[in-house]
Design a protein around this ligand. Structure first.
Ligand code: B12
Length: 447
């Protein structure tokens, strides 16, 4: 069976940061293992994405086309949507190869499966959540599939969704087959984030009120053996010259000891690569900060989200202001860059929490100013996603009504603090610019 897996547009424009499509590269491996002939196409790196789809369909003539919808929208307070190009890709496939079966999946699809299958009648089946086992099983029984984990199938006029997997044993994880899509195509295209991702685990047990990670990967944390993670990094470095990686885990430094073991293995084998990852503040300490730095960490990404105790609590972060500032102090003492992500105008925002938020940003800059190792502070409103506690709260507070269509960008940003983000952005930008310009001034006066 010939299978073409397509990553539909994940970013708005050609100039945006692009990432290697890990999902379809991983599934490509599972399908090859089950005897399929597989090709991958990432529309994000094509100058003419729809033209490239048509050309590949006619050249390869697949029996099955898998569409991966990673992002529903670009987040970051933007109001554009990535649903239209997904729908048009489905229609294009059906028109060019009417006999091909169309299967959809990916994180974006998994958040709105029924809705998207109604919007795109060309799609025969969907799979929500991880699909290494379900997709090959579906392809082996396309005319009459059993109740596979995560399967979305049409039943009469309705769509039936079977609960997702979230159970792949990561001890038996097969790394993505990179020969299906050359990682070199992604080298040098991003300035902000390493485009090549590595999974060290799946699953997230935390309870952040806005977050869909537990829904996408399950709450059970499943870790890969550290030496296998390092094998994957080492072979990507050796075979494809990859020098920078992003650990794609929801939280890379949990459970305690796992990332530390990966780092010890990187150091022991002298693998000279750089990496970054999202880290939880309460599992970050002096010892592991130094180890992470020694093992090639080039950016500590923190996402405390709440700018003060009240916000941390309402977001159910189970972190204190002290945890956040302690991590900032430790990070600021290293030679690694740090990035902080916060959410603004969260439920319960008041004049007092706004003032505390301003102080939090000032304090974080104060800690980093000596070594100038603060990359940026990212400030977002909350994108309300289905099935999250924030959705329930937003409905209760009337921030979204019963008719609000969450498929398209919907943010939690009610009056009267809906413009607070701009005030914080001005503060952050000014601290960032003056952190560097001050040095210039001193250099100029010394000369
Ligand atoms: C790591 C990550 C990042 C890293 C990526 C770095 C890198 N080099 O890869 C960074 C931080 C840069 C990032 C950026 C962004 N991200 Co991100 N990211 C993730 C994260 C945590 C893991 C993604 C991953 O690689 N998983 C591992 C792979 C193997 O799994 P997978 O892709 O899900 O694939 C599996 C299944 O989905 C399924 N599947 C996939 N494709 C298909 C296709 C078919 C046909 C089938 C049947 C099944 C199937 O099978 C696969 C194997 O089991 C997810 C959250 C999560 N826990 O999933 C968010 C997530 C995917 N990101 C998201 C978003 C929005 C973004 C950004 C737009 C945010 C921003 N404004 O910057 C950018 C876009 C970047 C881009 N170019 O696409 C959203 C997408 C949903 C949404 N809300 O729209 C998520 C879900 C997080 C969220 N906030 O909701 N991201």
């Amino acid at each position: 069976m010939r299978v073409l897996l397509i990553q539909t547009p994940s970013v708005e424009g050609i100039a945006q940061e692009k990432v290697y499509p890990l999902g379809i590269a991983t599934l490509g491996g599972s399908l090859e293992h089950s005897g399929c002939k597989v090709e991958l196409l990432d529309m994000n790196i094509e100058a003419d994405p729809f033209g490239a789809v048509k050309k590949r369909l006619l050249g390869f003539r697949p029996d099955v086309v898998g569409l991966s919808l990673r992002n529903i929208d670009p987040l970051a307070n933007k109001t554009s949507s990535l649903v239209p190009p997904f729908l048009v890709t489905a229609a294009l496939v059906a028109s060019v190869l009417p006999k091909a079966r169309l299967v959809a999946g990916g994180t974006g699809f998994s958040l709105f499966p029924e809705r998207l299958m109604r919007e795109a009648p060309e799609i025969h089946y969907g799979i929500i959540g991880e699909a290494e086992t379900s997709l090959p099983a579906l392809l082996a029984s396309l005319d009459n599939p059993p109740a596979l984990k995560g399967l979305c199938a049409r039943r009469g006029k309705g769509i039936h969704v079977t609960p997702p997997s979230g159970g792949l044993a990561m001890a038996h994880y097969a790394p993505p087959r990179r020969h299906l899509l050359d990682p070199a195509l992604y080298s040098g295209i991003n300035s902000y984030v390493p485009p090549i991702g590595i999974e060290t685990k799946r699953g997230c047990p935390f309870h952040c009120a806005y977050c869909v990670y537990p829904k996408l990967q399950g709450r059970r944390v499943r870790c890969r053996p550290p030496f296998e993670v390092v094998n994957e990094m080492e072979s990507l470095h050796r075979e494809y010259g990859v020098e920078r990686f992003h650990f794609t885990d929801p939280v890379a430094n949990f459970p305690e000891g796992h990332l530390e073991d990966i780092c010890r293995e990187l150091v022991r084998r002298k693998v000279r690569v750089k990496w970054d990852a999202f880290l939880r503040e309460d599992y970050f300490n002096e010892g592991n900060a130094a180890l992470f730095e020694r093992a090639g960490c080039e950016c500590f990404s923190f996402s405390p989200d709440g700018l003060c105790r009240e916000s941390l609590d309402v977001l159910d972060k189970r972190l204190s202001e002290r945890d956040v500032l302690k991590a900032a102090t430790l990070a600021a003492a290293t030679d690694v860059m740090s990035v902080y992500h916060f959410m603004v105008n969260v439920p319960g925002e008041t004049e007092k929490t706004c003032e505390k938020g301003i102080r939090m940003i000032e304090t974080i800059y104060d800690r980093h100013v000596r070594k100038k190792n603060l990359g940026t502070v990212v400030l977002n409103n909350i994108r309300i996603l289905p099935g999250t506690p924030i959705e329930v709260l937003a409905r209760k507070l009337g921030v979204v009504g019963p008719e609000t269509d969450l498929l398209y960008p919907t943010y939690f940003n009610p009056e009267p603090f809906q413009t607070f983000r701009y005030r914080l952005e001005a503060l952050h930008l000014s601290r960032n610019v003056f952190m560097w310009q001050q040095e210039r001034k001193n250099e100029d006066s010394a000369a």
